[in-house]
Design a protein around this ligand. Structure first.
Ligand code: PLP
Length: 435
């Protein structure tokens, strides 16, 4: 079938230039559009729920910078606060009252952590949380799950080997095997694998780290029962439970997945939303655990730009909006209506297509399964259908992250009209995918 693709002339030109500057033309791999059609779109501006590319194409955006933009692009409150703070200087490498202000907003509204440390990315937050768990327990091994992503630090660029409980295999060149040997990888949603790991490595596991809402390899929702099981096993074994809430934090509710499921982890990591679109990450825990961090404790962690005033300003403005009554409920209702309409359409047409969702996160899966809880349950062949869908949506002015393994986000800026337009585009695209 003949497809009339939008013009990407300027984006293509910029991409050619970018390839001479950056490996693969990008500063983060998924941006290279390797799993979907066409050259990457170079984005020029964003406003509310819309973005515009270098060719002047306009899109309703459901990537939202991979999650941080829960208020949409160029939010006035965030922009004004950032502009005000920037007038006074960009960075001091010394404490500022803004750090206190953001910490106060977070800690007084989150019953799962008592102290927090700001860093500059999700990767840094997780890397530091792992070090804290190791320092605290005086153990070396960590256990992670196949299908969860925790940033690109060495110990976590590890995938499952064969077998129920395995030492991980490195998933990137440059990660020493000896590092991977400290990381145990098991499948999600599998209690037997956890039991076996704790038997095999008794007294050696410093931390179990999980995305309580696994949202980096599809949306592999776990049950509360399974998460509680992990909590109990960790407690019984003197192991720390780390919730990596870089995506779910401030997204599935102000208190993230810990609040959503009402489970108390030992350490929680945050990123994305906490920075209002600027580079911020954080990790938090009880005061007793956090006081193991330097300068009071023996676990070293530092950062030139940690708690950067401009980034703190963005976080303060954004978090203030999230605390307004009804914020999360409105977002959830909006998302539920959107998801239901698409699901109903797919069912009426008998399409092998499901939309999985939690809070304002959704994931399109080409499957008949009612539930997908492990990475292995995803059929890689289904990604061919996503590729066609992505192209059809781009041509209809709808921007999703350029991979079928990525989730989409709904922001407070998405209007009823945006969602109506998007639904029609999705219906038409699905008809083409299944024609
Ligand atoms: N942890 C989770 C759950 C993530 O989704 C991500 C990034 O997507 C990270 C950690 C790493 O965060 P960053 O990309 O800010 O380093």
């Amino acid at each position: 079938m003949q497809v009339n693709d939008i013009s990407r002339e300027k984006s293509a030109e910029l991409y050619e230039k970018a390839k001479t500057y950056f490996p693969g033309g990008v500063n983060s791999p998924v941006r290279a559009f390797k799993s979907v059609y066409g050259t990457p779109l170079f984005i020029e501006k964003g406003d509310g729920s819309h973005i515009w590319d270098a060719d002047g194409n306009e899109f309703i955006d459901f990537c939202c910078s991979w999650g941080p933009l829960i208020l949409g692009h160029n939010n006035a409150a965030v922009r004004e606060k950032v502009t005000e703070v920037m007038q006074k200087g960009m960075s001091f490498g010394a404490p500022t009252a803004l750090e206190n202000e953001l910490a106060e907003l977070i800690l007084s509204n989150n019953s799962f952590i008592e102290k927090i440390r700001f860093v500059s990315s999700g990767t840094e937050a997780v890397m530091s949380a792992i070090r804290l768990a190791r320092g605290y327990t005086k153990r070396d091994k960590i256990l992670k799950f196949e299908g969860c992503y925790h940033g690109h630090s060495d110990s976590l660029l590890v995938k499952a080997g064969s077998g129920l409980v395995t030492f991980g295999e490195t998933s990137s060149a440059g990660v020493p095997k000896s590092f991977a040997d400290e990381t145990i990888v098991v499948a999600l949603n599998d209690k037997r694998a956890i039991q076996e790991a704790f038997e095999k490595f008794e007294g050696q596991i410093a931390a179990v780290i999980i995305e309580p809402v696994p949202a980096n390899n599809g949306l592999l929702l776990q049950t509360k029962g399974y998460l509680q099981y992990l909590r109990d096993v960790c407690t019984d074994n003197g192991t720390m439970l780390i919730f990596d809430e870089v995506i779910s934090g401030f997204r599935v509710g102000f208190e993230g997945a810990a609040g959503y499921y009402d489970i108390q982890p030992d350490i929680i990591t945050y990123g994305k939303i906490i920075g209002g679109g600027l580079p911020v990450g954080a990790y938090g825990a009880s005061a007793e655990i956090m006081d193991h961090i330097s300068p009071v404790g023996s676990v070293y962690q530092a950062g030139t730009l940690s708690g950067n005033p401009v980034a703190m300003a963005a976080g303060i403005a954004q978090i203030t909006e999230l605390l307004k009554p009804g914020f999360y409920n409105d977002l959830k209702l909006k998302t539920e209506g959107f998801v239901k309409a698409i699901q109903d359409f797919a069912e009426q047409r008998n399409y092998n297509f499901k939309v999985f969702t939690i809070g304002s996160i959704f994931w399109f899966a080409f499957t008949n399964e009612e539930r997908i809880a492990t990475a292995d349950d995803i059929d890689p062949e289904s990604m061919i259908k996503f590729k066609t869908m992505h192209r059809e949506l781009i041509n209809r002015g709808i921007y999703l992250g350029p991979s079928g393994y990525e989730v989409g986000f709904i922001s407070a800026a998405h209007t009823a009209n945006d969602l109506e337009i998007t639904k029609t585009a999705i219906f038409d695209s699905l008809d083409i995918v299944f024609s």
